[in-house]
Design a protein around this ligand. Sequence first.
Ligand code: IVH
Length: 683
Amino acid sequence: MPQSAAERIEQLRTLINRHNYLYYVLDRPEIEDAEYDRLYRELVKLEEAHPELITSDSPTQRVGDQPLREFQTVQHPVRMYSLDNIFDEGELVAWEKRIERILGTETIEYVAELKIDGLAVSLIYENGHFVRGATRGNGVMGEDITKNLKTIRSIPLKIPVNGSQVAVPKRLEVRGEVFMPKEAFIRLNEERALRGEPEFANPRNAGAGSVRQLDPRVTASRRLDAIFYGATVLEEDLAQPVRLKTHWETLEYLATLGFKINPGREYCKGLDEVMRFVRYWDSERRNLDFATDGAVIKVNSIAAQNELGYTAKSPRWAAAYKYTPEVQETRVLEIEFSVGRTGVITPVAIMEPVFISGSTVQRATLHNFEELAKKDVRVGDTVRVQKAAEIIPEVIEVVLEKRPPSADKSVEPPTSCPVCQGEVRQLPGEVALRCMNRHSCPAQVLKRLEHWVSKGAMDIDGVGPALLEQLVNKGLVESPADLYRLTVADFLSLERMAQKSAENAYNAIQSSKTRPLFRLINALGIRHVGQETAILLASTFGHLDKLVEAPLETLTNLEGIGAKVAESIVTFFADPGNQQLVADLKALGLQLEETSEGRPAASSNLFEGKTFVLTGTLPTLSRQEASDLIRAHGGKISGSVSKKTDFVLVGEEPGSKYVKAQQLGVKILGESDLLAMISEAEQ
Ligand code: IVH
């Protein structure tokens, strides 16, 4: 008998959940990404054909729902306490003494776990289905962040994940910590810096900020993870009672259900073993992909935990052993005012090199002038420095006793640009000071040129910061357009430049004229427009002129473009200097149109008069390639779904365009459908 759609959907969900688990929880994938994508697409298609079969815990529902206006406040079924801190081994011994007194025994078993520096969450599962997730809030009431938590792939939407036979209570509360892995944090900050957006101070803030987004699609883009350490049965399944007797058993139970548990955990027979754990991880934790600020020591027996109970704020059966971040003293040699690509002036402390938490540090950003005034760091001061979350060098404070008499004045914010002496202003709603001399401040000019040639932008190989600096200092280049006016002779006029290198640099610049449109848009350095947005704009408008003319309303209506970004685009092109740049680029022969780089142009009229909308990540084609392909066959690309849309091309993690397409009954295609249509037409 042929399988029904409902059966196949169920089967696909089980398979996808299992592979999700292998990939995101165990980090041990068993199938190729392409195979996973195939299963995922099959499910998306079936659900599209049978919308009545879509359930909220289908793996397709992780993509990020519609934005919320505000979070609902919810009450926790069991209060979420915090932990008392312990700062050294002496305090740990004292803590144990109190426990021994209350329990009347000296043989106590513990579990030690790493303390994850993230955001505490409580998840509720009803009959195995994830129904609600909340922040800790004040411990009694938290915020409902269910939709955001669903986007975190390691959080199971249905338990047990792996088809295991383990019993699941009717209602179960699970607790853990959501965090942003260090690598994701570093990448996010790089992307934000590129867009001229403020960077997050540490992974904790980045994680908390991401999980408390009103728009779940933003959360979905942030690569969060979660580790769990607690389970409370709220309602038993009398037929299959779950009785957890120890904390260690709880952790193992969570693991069998499919939750990620702490990689740093140990069952400890006594305090000596606890201390060994604490000492071991104090240095080893630097190699982990998440930030930890200590270890949590818990009494293993749940009966003993109940006997110990709680103080007003925290359990008596657990404590946090806080690691002291490595702090070093060093001297401030200089406070540099660094001018960024968008003119923001940042004070940076330049210090005598000092080795902290695994690397040498000699620069630390002081973020902005408010922060500088608060810390009152002066040249010649001795400062205490640490790495925030083991990553970012940070001046904690000045050691006032060591302040030399020469450091008699606070550092004043600049009244003019330190590089070009141009006007400095604080824009409304911003903390930052900015040099307003956008077009000719050498610092901004140089940073803009560096951005222009960079990998994600025009990707001009062999033209690096040092060469650009020479060109700017010689007065040969001011705007990116000037790069294209340079002759081989110009390069030869620079110091230590041989004929061959001059020709190479010249050729590299000239051959970048035909870069795809998204690179050009990214290269322009519009505030808040990074590579992803540039790709979207290029595929939507197809020509730079169209983007230049786009009214605010059109931009705001594009999915993935918020009001702030839209405004920044319009402001950018309203600036006469930028208009001149676009005109110059055009006159110099740069390609302003989206073309099918590397693909034959206009190969058929298969999609003549048809409009496509793209959403999500396709398994093999980039957005650019798919758009090129559609255009090459006569089709048009649009940014938003309407009744006029003919096809929506859906990839993994599609956005709300997918939902809208379903609502409007627009035909949905996967990459393979598109390729099949084309290859049929080509035969
Ligand atoms: S057990 C009664 N285990 O630390 C609280 N907490 O300062 C029992 N945290 O809000 C918490 N890692 O979010 C526990 N392995 C771990 C933890 C952990 C991080 C957080 C937790 C709590 C905070 C308390």
